[in-house]
Design a protein around this ligand. Structure first.
Ligand code: C2O
Ligand code: CU
Length: 493
């Protein structure tokens, strides 16, 4: 990993005292572990006549055995299906809202027009349906879907509303990549939660304190596909993990306990030109990476995460409160014959991007309103210290940016207060620079989310229309920041 770590000092007395650490930052008893990795149901849209039904519903799920809690899910008590769609297909989705509250469904990373994007304007009221037709026209990639109602996104995702979309364009077979769902092709949804003694999770929008909002909700227990420290039995060969960080705020710093090498083959927007070999991988909220891991040695190994150094004083500990790496889950190779053994040398050359053709440059200053941020604001000290972008909190009635279809622009993102994972709807970008350097190889493909510690320059390609009534969002994907107004909207015509 080439990311340099900014050691972050908190300058504000009120936030520096550990006495104000509340339950969501507290470190409870470690929960029991060891269930099999849950594999979300696969819905292969083509096998269902390209008609997919999703029901946003509440249910009960026992994260801790014998201690069920109220949760939300899509057609499931918690989380949702993995929907596989083909490039060139047209998928009729029917979303039914069986919750007692208003929701939306946003297809994160899917390139569809604003009116199908499921942003905060596309409200689905309780008992109502929303029926977008999604035209799939983008390269193979791992995407996801989640609610986006303004001021309630964080809570609804925390309660369990998260699913994965796999776009398939035939390259898996051509490249002979692991592609047998649930066997050597595994969705890995990483989240963290705080459990009360009775095993319940709670998220009350009215009880968030300044710290919850400043740093985002973080829990001491990591869950993978809704299970605590699960075990995945895998063939003793190459296995593909589709990693998604669906946490509200936590960055995961992943490695295997034996520090084995693994290979990043794709990021948010699809394949890299060639596998990038790493021993460690930081994944920020909403990012995806597909990695290949070789289990041919037959040895069981833990996947671990380290301290989240991006959140300053409170982040120098792993989610469970220790200062070291903690286990996320365990992999146990079985005697099943591996389906794929070899990492390909080359993958897919991504569509080229030419910064010289950008039609303009815009600046976005992301501020989470931390008092420490005043010292870091540099030339931006004239902006009020509030949670917002360029000194403005989100206003659904205000269009912040107007773009032209078919053009590219350079967006310069500056983070104030802490590292912010910045996401753009309806478009993909290439990272031109991050912290003044060219991006690390695994970050050099097309992306829709980037962790910005200080500054990044993005080349954003606008290929989807968004009218005034259905603008695209751009925002910080720390969900408490987003809900508090660290979001703007753009149109494209
Ligand atoms: Cu993952 Cu605006 O969303
Ligand atoms: Cu943020």
């Amino acid at each position: 990993m080439l990311l340099t770590r900014r050691k972050f000092a908190i300058g504000c007395g009120a936030f520096a005292s550990s006495a104000v650490v509340d339950a969501r930052f507290g470190f409870g008893d470690p929960a029991p572990a060891g269930t099999a990795l849950p594999i979300p149901m696969l819905i292969d849209a083509a096998k269902h006549g390209n008609a997919v039904n999703l029901k946003a519903m509440s249910g009960r799920h026992a994260f801790i055995e014998g201690k069920p809690t109220v949760t939300y899910g899509y057609s499931a008590p918690v989380l949702g299906p993995v929907i596989r769609v083909r490039r060139g297909g047209e998928v009729q989705v029917t979303v039914e809202n069986a919750l007692d509250t208003v929701t939306t469904v946003h297809w994160h990373g899917l390139l569809v027009p604003g009116y199908n994007d499921g942003g905060p304007q596309q409200l689905i009221r309780p008992g109502e349906n929303w029926r977008p037709v999604l035209k799939i026209n983008q390269p193979a990639a791992t995407l996801w879907f989640h609610p986006h109602p303004h001021h309630d996104t964080a809570r609804q995702i925390y309660m369990g509303l998260t699913g994965i979309i796999i776009v398939d364009d035939g390259s898996d077979a051509r490249l002979n990549l692991p592609r047998t769902y649930g066997i050597d092709d595994l969705p890995i949804i990483l989240q963290d939660r705080s459990f009360d003694a009775d095993g319940t999770i709670e998220y009350d929008n009215n009880e968030l304190n300044a710290l919850d909002i400043a740093y985002g909700a973080r829990g001491e227990t990591i869950i993978v596909n809704g299970a605590i420290a699960p075990i995945a039995q895998v063939p003793a060969g190459l296995v593909r993990l589709r990693l998604l960080n669906a946490a509200n705020a936590q960055n995961f710093d992943l490695r295997f306990k034996d520090q084995r090498k693994f290979h990043v083959i794709a990021s948010d927007g699809g394949f890299l030109p060639a596998p990038v070999t790493v021993t460690q991988l930081v994944i920020s909220p909403a990012e995806r990476f597909e990695v290949l891991v070789d289990f041919a040695d037959g040895k069981a190994v833990a996947l671990e995460t380290g301290p989240d150094e991006e959140m300053g004083a409170f982040g120098r500990v792993a989610p469970d409160g220790s200062a070291d790496y903690v286990a996320v889950m365990q992999f146990e190779p079985t005697s099943t014959a591996p389906l794929v053994k070899r990492v390909p040398n080359r993958l897919i050359e991504p569509e080229t991007a030419n910064a010289a053709s950008a039609v303009r440059r815009r600046e976005f200053v992301l501020d989470s309103g931390l008092c420490a941020s005043r010292q870091q604001a540099g030339s931006h000290t004239d902006m009020p210290a509030l949670i917002g972008i360029n000194g403005k909190a989100f206003d659904p009635a205000r269009i912040d940016v107007e773009t032209r279809l078919g053009t590219t622009e350079i967006w310069e993102i500056t983070s104030i207060g802490m590292a912010h994972p910045f996401h753009v709807h309806g478009a993909l970008f290439r990272i031109l620079s991050v912290e003044g350097q060219p991006p690390a190889a695994h970050l050099a493909g097309w992306k829709d989310t980037i962790l910005v510690e200080d500054k990044a320059e993005l080349l954003v390609a606008f290929k989807q229309p968004a009218p005034r009534e259905h603008p695209f969002m751009y925002h910080c994907h720390i969900l408490e920041h987003e809900d508090a107004g660290l979001m703007g909207q753009y149109i494209c015509s």
